[in-house]
Design a protein around this ligand. Sequence first.
Ligand code: ZN
Length: 479
Amino acid sequence: MKGWILACSLSLMASSSFADTNPFSYVPKFEVPEIASGVGFLDKQREAQIGTKVYREVYRVMPVIQDPWLEDQLFSTFSQLLTQTQLGKPVGLLLINDRQINAFAVPGGLFALNAGLITHARNLDEVVGVMAHEVAHVSQRHYSRSQEAFKGQGLLALAGILVGALVATQGSGDAGTALMLGSQAAIMDKQLNYSRNQEREADRIGMQYMYALGYNPQSMADFFEVMHRETSRVSFLPDFWLTHPLTSQRMSEARLRANQLPKIHKPRNQEDFDILKLYTAVISQQASEQKLLSLAKQNNFAGQLALAAYYQKSGDYSKAQDTLNTVKLHNKQHNLISIIQTDIYLGQNHPDLALNTIQSIAKITPENRALNYKLAETYIRLNQPNEAQKIVQKFVQKNPQDVLGWELMYYAANEDKANPLQAVDVLRYRAEAQFWSGLEQEAVKSLLQAERLSKDNQSMSAKLKKRIREMQQEITAKI
Ligand SMILES: [Zn+2]
């Protein structure tokens, strides 16, 4: 049962400390007996605690992409998969700005995807295949079972290794590292038989989730082949390969298993995926202007939309506007059109025009976070902080880990000169944004400062004291 975690820790050592120590010298310590099902499961509360702790750690050390539209697209797909499991509310889904194909999962239901996974996939089903595989690792509690193998080490330390592995492998495309990774994989291949069993199980169960939801299980096998080709092309292994060893046997088994399931004929809108993919490429700085231009010239809607986003993100608002005007000629509805248009107006310092663009569409879809956060941002620019806070408050109440939401609350409070508690509000919203993005000590400091400022306000002072205690408990919790 050691494989999954161990694979991660191996890739960490592969790229960070291979030269100094022999990482394999400690592998034998993890010899594990076969684990019967139902033994040694972590309790759910502890898992959730680990999940949120790692969530903060990922935020602190990794380039997390904050783009509400993208986050919400991926989260809705991911939520569909979760309906197939007994897992409760997940800790979250984070998108990492990394061009390598990778994904990982942590107990408690924290999932992360690299932007590279989306930009390498050819359709949504291929992305869902990897998501489903990750969800299956968590639903089958492979992590918890691995925990049995690591008695004496905190699970949190292992989660740290997991995150560390991802950090260490970032930008690992150079030849030296590639060589090391290759040999690591070869060694893993020989040693990690349990890992293969877990991988097989995650493939099998992941495919069942896909099938139940009308996604094509063949796509999981297809994407394994994409990764395989990628490996021969770039001469280094995608990270996903290291944490989920992909042997040729596993690949052929996945294909056989997919062949056994009835064919899926559910038509899916390829254009929707193309938008997701190209927009992800823009947001993660993987898009080239040339490529987007050539797609746009072919009157490709997704290409034009991504090109408009590309120009807007690079601050070229007149080109962005010209391109968005061609997008509008298609007469198609898309939330990104409104979002990009609003951003162009904000960039050109026309918050009034921005408000005209976003207000009505955001108000008729109050549950849409991307549109409503854009509206809140516009209100802040128009010096209407209370309007902004009213919108964002609902989202952060529902999801207190929403870093972007807390940042908006903070910016709004900063503008709210009429508020007698302005300084306190600025500090406590900043504290939440700091806490959830992993700056734990800074967060406590902000709250202590807020608490000093609210000495005369008993209820606020009590509220702040309570939150300080909670944060300190979370920070020092032994997991
Ligand atoms: Zn796996």
